[in-house]
Design a protein around this ligand. Structure first.
Ligand code: ATP
Ligand code: MG
Length: 421
């Protein structure tokens, strides 16, 4: 039986060769950008112990309550989870390998993340993030660096129309003060809370402010603001961050309502948002998470980071019509006849050794049919090898993209000739 009818899992996309150019362009820009700022790549497994995410992201969050792909490893009974994000894994890896022993670490990773959400434009069940983490830095200079770096990335990707919102969640102590005030306020509006909010009222009231339910908008808008309960140090941290951003010419708006969907954040939080992608407009989000390292079992260390949603950034690049040139072969080698075949293989191999991209025609086909393939490949030149060429141990080079004469040369001269034209 052929596997007719088997399809990819909903919300998990194939990335086809036609789309790869944009991905590869993006990935190359990211590599260069990270190198320019001294961030080093780290690669973690895609599957982790479930507990890692529950402990770090927080039990009472959308991700942990509803979105995680968790399963039992039937071979040993472990509860495992496909990573819904990278920060927890990254911190786990840093601790496991004692990287902070050598000093603060600037790191980045990229790859697929998994969340069981309702698939729609810009929201998938397997999606990709580039995550950037700076561990062991107290900030706010590093917070500013991370934010300014994003602005630089948008420039390198030729993306426009993204705005920056920043906020602060203060310290654990100031959040405790705020929490009490918030619960008091929400209790006065009990009847108007939706199911999620009622359930989280005492377990995670701050999370209620992150609700996407439009009917909760009014309640949320009227709620006490964390900004007003800030401790002095957090306020100073936030002021200094703004000062650096201004000095670097990075525009921002302060959003006192900025709450992130994960529990581990404190102090600085930020989002890069565009209006060009509809409802899924946040392309990049992050902040400081000073408590996480200790929470995962390490010696306390401050940290700050962000993740950007690759699919959303690519969609924005397409929206901005940033043209990415499709890589084309230099030559397409056309050949016919037993004598020609050997020379064709030799030619393709020689030209590749010389640094050219060469496609060797495979399969049957008249010269005319092969020439059509050569044209469709986008190659700049067709190399034609028939009986005549084979007998003379020469090849014919035909320019496909400009009106120039076909020439016949020995293989030894071919590379030079191709380089010159
Ligand atoms: P949202 O509010 O859109 O659900 P989030 O707060 O859950 O986002 P983060 O956990 O901060 O998202 O992840 C960082 C970025 O990863 C997001 O800003 C977004 O660009 C991207 N992202 C998150 N979830 C998805 C998804 N299901 N599909 C595609 N991209 C996503
Ligand atoms: Mg989400």
């Amino acid at each position: 039986m052929p596997n007719r009818g088997i399809q990819a899992i909903r919300g998990m996309n194939d990335i086809l060769p036609e789309q790869i150019y944009l991905w590869e362009f993006f990935e190359q820009v990211v590599r260069d950008w990270m190198a320019a700022y001294g961030y080093r790549n780290i690669r973690m497994p895609i599957v982790e112990q479930t507990d890692l995410f529950v402990r770090s992201i927080g039990a009472v969050t959308d991700i942990v309550e509803k979105e995680m792909y968790t399963f039992l490893d039937h071979l040993n009974g472990d509860s495992l989870t496909l990573r819904p994000e990278g920060t927890a894994s990254c911190v786990r890896a840093v601790l496991e390998h004692n990287l902070l022993y050598a000093g603060p670490q600037r790191l980045y990773y990229s790859g697929p993340m998994f969340r069981h959400e309702r698939p729609q434009k810009g929201r998938y069940r397997q999606f990709h993030q580039v995550g950037v983490e700076a561990l062991g830095y107290v900030g706010p200079d590093i917070d500013a660096e991370l934010i300014v770096m994003c602005a630089e990335l948008w420039k390198r990707l030729r993306i426009s129309g993204v705005r920056l919102e920043i906020g602060t969640l203060g310290s654990a102590e100031s959040r405790a003060v705020h929490r009490a005030r918030l619960i008091g306020y929400l209790e006065r509006h009990l009847g108007r809370l939706d199911d999620d909010a009622s359930r989280r009222l005492h377990s995670n009231p701050l999370r209620i402010l992150d609700s996407k339910n439009a009917e909760m908008r009014e309640i949320i808008d009227g709620a006490p603001r964390l900004m007003d309960d800030l401790d002095e140090d957090s306020l100073a941290h936030f002021e200094k961050l703004q000062e650096i951003l201004r000095s670097q010419g990075t525009d921002f708006e302060i959003n006192p309502r900025l709450v992130r969907g994960l529990d581990y954040y404190n102090r600085t939080v930020f989002e890069w948002i565009t209006d060009k992608l509809g409802a899924q407009g946040t392309i990049c989000a992050g902040g400081r998470y000073d408590g996480l390292v200790e929470q995962i079992g390490g010696k306390a260390a401050p940290a700050c980071g962000f993740a950007l949603g690759v699919e959303r950034v690519l969609a924005l690049m397409a929206e901005n019509a940033s043209e990415v040139t499709r890589p084309v072969p230099d030559v397409y080698v056309i050949h016919q006849g037993d004598a020609a075949d050997g020379l064709a293989w030799k030619t393709a191999r020689h030209l590749r050794d010389e640094g050219f991209k060469a496609i060797l025609h495979c399969g049957e086909g008249s010269f005319k049919a092969q020439m059509k393939k050569a044209d469709a490949s986008g190659a700049r030149f067709a190399i034609i090898i028939g009986d005549d060429e084979a007998a003379a141990d020469e090849i014919s080079i035909k320019p496909l993209r400009e009106a120039a004469e076909q020439v016949r040369v020995g293989l030894a001269e071919a590379a030079d000739l191709l380089k010159r034209t």
